[in-house]
Design a protein around this ligand. Structure first.
Ligand SMILES: CC(C)(COP(=O)(O)OP(=O)(O)OC[C@H]1O[C@@H](n2cnc3c(N)ncnc32)[C@H](O)[C@@H]1OP(=O)(O)O)[C@@H](O)C(=O)NCCC(=O)NCCS
Length: 353
C-alpha cells in the first residue's frame, strides 16, 4: 500500500519502522557507514528552508514479507521484521528553485518487484504537476541505485569522490602543528553553532566569491546573509549541529577562509565536512590545511563520540584532495548526481504502463 505521508504527524511506530528500513538499506548498500539513530529523525525528515517544500510517500507492507525466507529479509537484521504496516519503501522530493531533489528507498527484502519505480513515478508526477522542470538525485556509486536510475534513463551530470577520515589514524601532534601554520596576518577562530552575527556578512561574501569556481551541489548553499541565517537555523531544526572554523585577515577583517562541519544527531559518530573555501586573494598561505586541522582538534574535544569525518570533493579539485590526503582522508566511493527532464520521464513511464 502506497500513500502520501507527513513525517510531522506520523506515529512514533512509523518513524521507527522507516529507521529500520533505512538501516537495512545501509547494511546492504553501504555496510561501513554507521547505522542511523532515531534522535531528531522526524525533524530531519520534515524541516526545510523557507520557500522550500518536501513531499513524501511511504509503501507499507500488507503481509509479512520475508516470511517465505527471502534472502533480503535475512540481510535486513533483527530490527527489520517486515510485519503488516511496516514501512518498506519511502520516497521524498524536495522542491527548490526549478528542480525537485528526489530520494527513493526500498527495503532490501522488497527490491526488484517494481516498488522503487512506482514510488519514483508518484513523486515525478507531483513534481510535474507542480510545474517543476527537472528532477535531480544523488546516487551512491557501486550500489543498485546506479542501475535503477540508468534503467530509468536519468543522465549522469556530475561525479564527486566521497572520502572518509578515521580519527583513530590521525597523528594529533602533526595536526597541532598544521593548525598553527596559517601564516602571519591571519587569525583562526572556532565557532561552534555558526559564525557570530558580526561576521555573517563577511562569511556570506566569502561563500559567494567561491560560487562559480567550486563544486556544484544539490544541497542548499547560502550566499547572502539572510539565506545563511536561514540555512543555519534549518540545520539546527533538523538536529544537525554546525561547527565552523574561520581564518580572519587581520588587516581587513575579511573572512579569508572557512570550513564547515556538521554533526548530525542521526549519526553522531560520523560527521559531514561541508564547504571549505579560501578566498582567491588569500590563497597560497596554507589556510586550507590550517583551518581543517584546527577543526579536527576542536571536534575531538567538542564531540567525544565522533569517530569519522566524511567529505565530498570534485575529482578535478586536486589542491583540496591533496590537503585531505595529508590529513588522512581515504577515498571511499563515487557520489554521482543524475538528472532527468520531468515531463519526458512522466510521459515515458506512463506510456510504458
Ligand atoms: C534503487 C532502489 C530504490 C531500487 O528499488 P527497487 O524497488 O528494487 O527497483 P525496481 O524493482 O522498481 O526496479 C526498476 C528497474 O531498475 C533496474 N534495477 C533496479 N535494481 C537493480 C539491480 N540491483 N541491478 C540491475 N538493475 C536494477 C531494473 O531495470 C529494474 O527493472 P526490472 O526489475 O524489471 O529489471 C533500491 O535499490 C534502493 O532503495 N536503493 C537504496 C537507494 C538509496 O537511497 N541509497 C542511499 C543510502 S545507501
Amino acid at each position: 500500500m502506497v500513500r502520501e505521508w507527513d513525517p510531522r504527524t506520523a506515529s512514533p511506530a512509523e518513524i521507527a519502522s522507516l529507521l529500520d528500513t533505512l538501516n537495512a538499506v545501509l547494511a546492504a548498500d553501504l555496510p561501513l557507514d554507521p547505522p542511523w539513530r532515531e534522535s531528531s529523525l522526524r525533524e530531519y525528515l520534515s524541516e526545510v528552508m523557507p520557500g522550500e517544500r518536501r513531499i513524501s510517500w511511504v509503501a507499507q507492507a500488507e503481509r509479512a514479507a520475508g516470511a517465505d525466507g527471502a534472502d533480503g529479509a535475512a540481510q535486513a537484521g533483527p530490527g527489520a521484521q517486515m510485519g503488516p504496516g511496516a514501512i518498506v519503501g519511502h520516497v521524498q522530493v524536495l522542491l527548490l528553485g526549478d528542480i525537485g531533489v528526489l530520494e527513493v528507498l526500498v527495503h532490501p527484502a522488497a527490491r526488484r518487484t517494481g516498488l522503487g519505480r512506482e514510488l519514483l513515478l508518484l513523486a515525478a508526477r507531483r513534481v510535474y504537476q507542480e510545474g517543476f522542470r527537472s528532477i535531480g538525485v544523488e546516487v551512491v556509486g557501486d550500489t543498485p541505485a546506479v542501475a535503477f536510475y540508468e534503467a530509468l534513463r536519468f543522465s549522469r551530470e556530475y561525479v564527486e569522490t566521497r572520502s572518509v577520515l578515521d580519527l583513530t589514524t590521525v597523528d594529533w601532534s602533526a595536526l597541532t602543528e598544521m593548525a598553527t601554520d596559517a601564516g602571519p596576518g591571519y587569525r583562526v577562530e572556532f565557532c561552534p553553532g555558526g559564525p557570530p552575527d558580526e561576521l555573517i556578512e563577511a562569511y556570506a561574501r566569502a561563500k559567494a566569491e567561491s560560487r562559480d569556481t567550486d563544486d556544484v551541489e544539490l544541497r542548499p548553499s547560502s550566499y547572502d546573509p539572510q539565506r545563511l541565517r536561514d540555512s543555519l537555523d534549518t540545520l539546527h531544526r533538523r538536529g544537525m549541529k554546525p561547527y565552523i572554523v574561520l581564518a580572519i585577515h587581520d588587516g581587513t577583517g575579511e573572512v579569508a577562509g572557512l570550513t564547515e562541519v556538521v554533526v548530525p544527531a542521526q549519526h553522531p559518530t560520523r560527521a559531514d565536512q561541508y564547504d571549505t573555501i579560501v578566498a582567491q586573494a588569500h590563497r597560497g598561505h596554507g589556510i586550507d590545511r590550517a583551518i581543517k586541522a584546527r577543526m579536527l582538534l576542536e571536534l575531538r574535544s567538542a564531540e567525544p563520540e565522533l569517530a569519522e569525518v566524511q567529505t565530498w570533493n570534485a575529482q578535478a579539485n586536486e589542491a583540496m584532495l591533496k590537503v585531505n590526503a595529508e590529513l588522512g582522508y581515504r577515498p571511499d566511493r563515487e557520489w554521482c548526481e543524475y538528472s532527468v527532464d520531468v515531463a519526458e520521464l512522466v510521459h515515458r513511464l506512463d506510456a510504458a504502463r
